[in-house]
Design a protein around this ligand. Structure first.
Ligand code: SAH
Ligand code: SF4
Ligand code: F3S
Length: 451
């Protein structure tokens, strides 16, 4: 067997892609390794979203070069491939900066990896593929899927046509594309057959999903969710990431009607200022967002909301930032991700006058203080409640297992190791900033019976 080491940066779609690259290379004799040392092939699946993310790639490549040289000295060969969004954005440039790289392959062309590897082994030099044959990709990826516990990601939509002025994704992932329903359903059934009980549907704009249905009509995400919820074994469905503009009535209704659809929604707002939202080309106002939140909560009152925020977008004043703080206060989030604006090459906002770094840092700190307090308050509100947890993996202590609540909070419980892969009610006893500690309501053997 050859050793394959994959390191993944960035979003869940990259996590999905890395798993598919491993599936693709398994028939060629590559088995996953935990460390890059002495690997026959190393893939860096990269992210270009912020400067820090893409800079990491080059320092990692520097370290890999040393390992590659070591391997060569002992007569072996290590192939290094750069995949993902940096590969797409920088292409050739990567090979120029780091000659140890053999293959550069974009997020829509990685299904061609076996060909690229064969080419490298045949001829000397480098191989580059940054085309966008997204449909071909999904048609040729192997049906054999490796799973890792009772939860799985399933990409249903790729790319983005929104062109927010800060964002590289439309350039790195290409135009919006939705996989056909039948293909997604087949993959979901395969996952369920392997013991997966929770599927997270992925897309850069997942709620813009509009795929070909088995009836020849165009199906929405809501319709897809209702279909997948019928699959035996698929007990939990989540989806991410949504754009506020595509949060349609039928999807909101699905949150009311579909039991398997979990009460957690990541709905990035980015800013609470109309002026900045406009400059970002988000195509909605703060009021649109607040009314949307009201409608979602009317349909599913206990839904936990989360968001992404960017502070220090070019032109953001103290007043604009105060609007973001006010919006966050008005919504009340269960969790969040927040970032300082990072200028990205080729995006419109990058050439505008920038907010000073210290202002960005101060705003980020203030916003995070509020949002982490909201997260703690949300977690505290769960204390004493009984929640269903899907146990996913062993915890740090013997006998302990870790899983997720319906609201995506990590939950750990003692004497639960034999409940991995099951959904069981637990009593939340203690609350930590980032996790909950719970007690089983029934001894584990009985819990098995009720799960
Ligand atoms: N498709 C999703 C988000 C994809 S990127 C959406 O539309 O919301 C994930 C997050 O990274 C974004 O929500 C945004 O908050 C952040 N982000 C994207 N570009 C950024 C940049 N140039 N600087 C800082 N944060 C950025
Ligand atoms: Fe980026 Fe905006 Fe598209 Fe999200 S909607 S991926 S933030 S361009
Ligand atoms: Fe990063 Fe590409 Fe995802 S830029 S966030 S890996 S879509």
């Amino acid at each position: 067997m050859k050793k394959l080491f994959i390191k993944t940066y960035g979003c869940q779609m990259n996590v999905y892609d890395s798993a598919r690259m491993a599936d693709l290379l398994a028939p060629l004799g590559y088995a996953p390794a935990d460390v890059p040392d002495a690997a026959d092939m190393v893939i860096l699946n990269t992210c270009h979203i912020r400067e820090k993310a893409s800079d990491k790639v080059y320092s990692e490549l520097g370290k890999l070069k040393l390992l590659k040289d070591e391997k060569a000295q002992s007569g072996g060969k290590m192939l290094i491939a750069v995949a993902g969004c940096v590969a797409q954005a920088e292409g050739e440039e990567i090979i120029k900066r780091q000659g140890a790289v053999d293959i550069v392959v974009g997020p829509q062309s990685y299904h061609r990896l076996p060909e690229l590897i064969a080419r490298i082994n045949r001829e000397k030099g480098h191989a580059l593929d940054t085309d966008f044959p997204v449909e071909e990709k999904f048609d040729t990826l192997p049906e054999e899927i490796g799973t890792n516990g009772p939860t799985a990601f399933l990409t249903v939509q790729e790319g983005c046509d929104k062109f927010c002025t800060f964002c590289v994704v439309p350039y790195t992932r290409g135009a919006e594309y939705s996989r056909p329903v039948a293909q997604i359903e087949r993959e979901a059934r395969t996952l369920a057959g392997k013991g997966v009980r929770e599927i997270t549907l992925l897309g850069q704009n997942v709620n813009a999903y509009s795929g070909e249905g088995p009836d020849g009509e165009t199906w929405s995400l809501a319709k897809l969710v209702r279909r997948l919820a019928k699959i035996q074994g698929v007990d939990r469905i989540r989806y991410t990431t949504s754009h506020p503009r595509d949060m349609s009535d039928d999807l909101i209704e699905a949150h009311r009607d579909v039991e398997a659809l979990m009460p957690y929604l990541h709905l990035p707002v980015q800013s609470g200022s109309d002026r900045i939202l406009d400059a970002m080309n988000r195509q909605h106002t703060r009021d649109d967002y607040l009314r949307l939140v009201e409608r979602i909560r009317a349909a599913r009152p206990d839904i936990a909301l989360s968001s992404d925020f960017i502070v220090g977008f070019p032109g953001e004043t103290d007043k604009d930032f105060a609007d973001t703080m006010a919006l966050a206060r008005a919504v009340g989030y269960a969790s969040h991700f927040s970032f300082k604006y990072s200028p990205r090459p080729g995006t419109p906002a990058a050439t505008q006058k920038q907010v000073p770094e210290d202002v960005k840092a101060a705003r980020l700190e203030e916003l995070q203080e509020l949002l982490f307090a909201q997260q703690r308050a949300f977690n505290r509100s769960c204390e004493g409640r009984t929640l269903d947890v899907l146990f996913e993996k062993p915890g740090r202590q013997a006998g302990q297992a870790i899983g997720r609540s319906p609201f995506l909070q990590p939950v750990h419980a003692d004497n639960a190791a034999d409940l991995i892969g099951r959904i069981v009610p637990v009593k939340i006893e203690k609350v930590f900033p980032n996790s909950l500690s719970a007690r089983l309501l029934y001894p584990s053997r009985m819990a098995e019976a009720v799960s």
